[in-house]
Design a protein around this ligand. Structure first.
Ligand code: FES
Ligand SMILES: [Fe+2]
Length: 375
């Protein structure tokens, strides 16, 4: 959010607080809950993940000469930045028999498979292997790591999970609204865990404040308000919900308002990346389908927007724990309960006018897979 955007959003939110409202959809919407449980829909979802670009990391998580591994919709991915700042993505699968050639993250100029020690350079080229004479007649040039489409725009890394996925324009529609210096962000921590709910439910919990006074009565509600604004950017979207302290700006001239929105700004980056922007922190919550319709896998990265000393990092670690507890102890518990409801016969659901982004997100998912399931 640039300053102009921040001022505009602050104005809108203050007006909403004054009239005790939020920005709404034109009408409520009824949806079939089969999208969360049916095997056919799950298969279509997985196909969508295979053919659509995904935002998977902040560029600053991978410094020059470093690498990072990710599992994205079950696909093992290796991201490597060379000394010339060229970032590449590969399928993290050895050309010999398919094992991973790297684990975790760190600094590395060579990637040696732990199974039979085939070794690759930062461009994915096979450069050494024991017993090469036993592979006579096989062209060594065909034994490199398999490259994946990759694009780094404004400090966010977008990849495709197979050749031919067009990644370059993926964020174009939302780019002006993503005015953050992501390239300066510093990594604090990463967590990965499963959730016993369909991946779409795990995305949904991040995009409405209707539940704040109830589900988050003791945690978020004492600080935050549900008088939120929302904006659509093609398939992507964002909402901004204020902290209660935003009321203090009401009597200040706008040119004295801070550059940063006094609240949380949450972006949905199609198809399942959630970016949570706070004053000093940024969270990337990536949500993938799990092994069946009732399971999701979550990747949670917590970043600081600038350098921090040890004491500050320790304080931010408490913030990361708070965010983690809020998600895993409250939101994802509710998502898992919804999943149980759908699996036991709750066959349709309704989205209120006060849940406009859920309406948008479900619409773009349905359009993307060519399957609109209204009930
Ligand atoms: S599977 Fe990698 S060296 Fe054999
Ligand atoms: Fe929540």
């Amino acid at each position: 959010m640039n300053r102009e955007d921040t001022i505009d959003t602050t104005r809108r939110v203050l007006d909403l607080i004054a009239v005790k409202n939020l920005e709404c959809a034109p009408s409520p919407q009824r949806l079939s809950s089969s999208m969360f449980v049916e095997a056919e829909r799950f298969e279509r979802d997985r196909e969508l993940f295979a053919r659509t670009p995904h935002v998977v990391a902040y560029g600053s998580e991978i410094k020059r000469g470093h690498y990072l591994t990710r599992t994205v919709a079950d696909v093992p991915v290796l991201l490597v930045r060379d000394e010339d700042d060229i970032l590449r993505a590969f399928l993290n699968a050895c050309a010999h028999r398919g094992a991973c050639v790297a684990h975790g993250a760190g600094e590395a100029h060579r990637f040696k498979c732990s199974y039979h020690a085939w070794c690759y350079d930062q461009t994915g080229k096979l450069i050494a292997r024991p017993g090469a004479e036993h592979f006579d007649g096989i062209d060594e040039a065909t034994l490199g790591l398999k490259p994946l489409p990759i694009s780094e725009m404004k400090g966010l890394v977008t990849i495709g999970l197979q050749a031919g996925v067009e990644v370059d324009g993926h964020l174009d529609s939302v780019a002006p609204a993503l005015a953050y210096p992501f390239e300066n962000y510093e990594h604090l921590e990463t967590r990965e865990f499963p959730v016993a709910a369909n991946w779409k439910l795990v995305v949904d919990v991040n995009f409405e404040g209707y539940h704040f006074p109830f589900l988050h009565k003791q945690s978020l509600h004492p600080f935050a308000l549900g008088n939120a604004s929302f904006d659509l950017f093609g398939r992507h979207c964002r909402w901004a919900f204020p902290m209660r302290s935003i009321e203090e700006l009401r009597d200040l001239p706008e040119d004295q308002w801070p550059d940063c929105f006094d609240g949380t700004v949450v972006y949905f980056l199609f198809p399942s990346c959630v970016l949570v922007q706070g004053a000093a922190t940024s969270q990337m919550i990536r949500i993938d389908p799990g092994s069946h319709p009732g399971e999701a896998r979550v990747h949670f990265s917590y970043m600081l927007t600038g350098p921090a000393n040890e004491e500050e990092r320790a304080l931010h670690a408490q913030g990361a724990q708070f965010a983690n507890d809020l998600l895993r102890g409250e939101d994802f518990v509710a998502a898992a309960e919804c999943q149980q409801g759908f699996e036991r016969g709750r066959d349709s659901i309704v989205l209120g006018r006060n849940e406009p982004l859920l309406q948008h997100i479900h619409r773009v998912w349905d359009e993307a897979i060519g399957m609109v399931l209204k009930s």
